[in-house]
Design a protein around this ligand. Structure first.
Ligand SMILES: Nc1nc2c(ncn2[C@@H]2O[C@H](COP(=O)(O)OP(=O)(O)O)[C@@H](O)[C@H]2O)c(=O)[nH]1
Ligand SMILES: [Mg+2]
Ligand SMILES: [Zn+2]
Length: 336
């Protein structure tokens, strides 16, 4: 505590006359009221690059934050050297309350959940139509994480020059989730970026998906080179002038004040942190069919109403299969 000042801010508040007369005194006022506001752009081995005004400032977590970690997208309060000059280091003294958290665990057995991105409004789930093959399982898991974390999903299907989107659209087109299909040609003539950008203005969108699906290619098409450079943080962090997508990286969009967050490829999207009863929310095509279910139905049992719902043609049987597969992997963890 004492490390960061002659006295704590609580002491400060108590010894100060109460200027507004009868306002109740409080010791829960935020500390470091004079700290600067910053946005975490990327994290590299404990060094966080934060955007403060227009400068990229490298910072470390102050000890007083304890185990709490700041992640990409976090709004933070910084003190210390905020010049952003080479070899300077600021301190993050506070992490502001998050509006959303995208969490994942390495797999369903992993007790350590990590927050991938904070404060994102939207999750762009990127799937290649070929090379690598689409993985509905991963898409479903990302959808669960999005609904659970308070992010709106957007499906982005890339590489339509290699394979048609028909099969995936059959599964996901009916979900009322916005989707965009892009191809190599559309990347090159700018149509892909234009079409995706329609969903991004004024929002923070995190791009996730298996490695090789085209996340970085798309993000680069969305963010002009000029802007990627002016933020300067890529060089600042790695010193190598190239971002290798080992950490998430927030980049500002031109025009409206939206942000995109490129993330490292994921092979799996562990959901150990999510209550199985919440999984159904990521299946909006099936959810209305649960009205006829017995109380506390696991949706993977004899009397579950979803079998009839699918038989009546309200949803694709593959979707119910997908839900149950996801629930089964979640249950196995519960049992051990
Ligand atoms: N054919 C084709 N290739 C693409 C398309 N988009 C990206 N790629 C290629 O896919 C590879 C992986 O892209 P990258 O953006 O690094 O994927 P990331 O791992 O998801 O970031 C690169 O060789 C890209 O050039 C596309 O629409 N069509
Ligand atoms: Mg990448
Ligand atoms: Zn049920």
């Amino acid at each position: 505590m004492r490390r960061y000042g002659k006295h704590t801010d609580e002491d400060d508040i108590r010894s100060r006359p109460n200027r507004k007369g009868n306002r109740p005194r409080t010791n829960i006022r935020p500390k470091h009221e004079d700290a600067a506001e910053g946005l975490v752009l990327t994290v590299d081995r404990g060094r966080l690059t934060c955007l403060v005004d227009d400068r990229a400032v490298i910072a470390m977590k102050a000890r007083e934050l304890g185990r709490k970690a700041a992640v990409v997208g976090d709004r933070v309060a910084l003190v210390g050297d905020l010049s952003g000059k080479k070899d300077t280091l600021a301190r993050i003294v506070r992490i502001e309350e998050r509006t959303s958290v995208l969490r994942r665990t390495a797999d369903d057995d992993d007790p350590y959940e990590r927050v991938v991105v904070a404060n994102a409004d939207q999750l762009a789930i990127v799937t290649a139509l070929a090379d690598p093959e689409p993985r509905p399982r991963l898409i479903d898991r990302c959808l669960v994480a999005a609904f659970d974390g308070g992010l709106e999903p957007l499906l982005v299907m890339t590489k339509s020059d290699l394979a048609p989107p028909d099969k995936l659209l059959e599964l996901y087109g009916a979900l009322d989730i916005p989707y965009v299909v892009t191809s190599r040609d559309e990347l090159e003539n700018g149509d892909a970026a234009d079409r995706v950008r329609e969903y991004l203005d004024g929002r923070v969108t995190a791009f996730v998906g298996h490695s090789g699906v085209g996340k970085t290619t798309l993000v680069n098409a969305l963010v002009p080179k000029e802007r990627r450079r002016t933020t300067g943080h890529v060089n600042a962090v790695t010193g190598r002038g190239r971002h290798t997508t080992t950490s998430a990286l927030a980049l500002p969009l031109a025009g409206e004040d939206g942000w995109v967050v490129d993330t490292p490829g994921v092979r799996s999207f562990g959901l150990a942190h999510i209550d199985p009863s919440r999984v159904i929310h990521a299946f909006p095509d099936l959810e209305p069919g649960t009205e006829g279910c017995p109380r506390a139905c696991s949706h993977d049992e004899q009397d579950c109403a979803l079998d009839a719902w699918v038989e009546e043609g309200h949803a694709d049987p593959a979707r119910l299969f997908s839900l149950r597969r996801l629930l089964a992997t979640r249950e196995r963890r519960e049992g051990d």
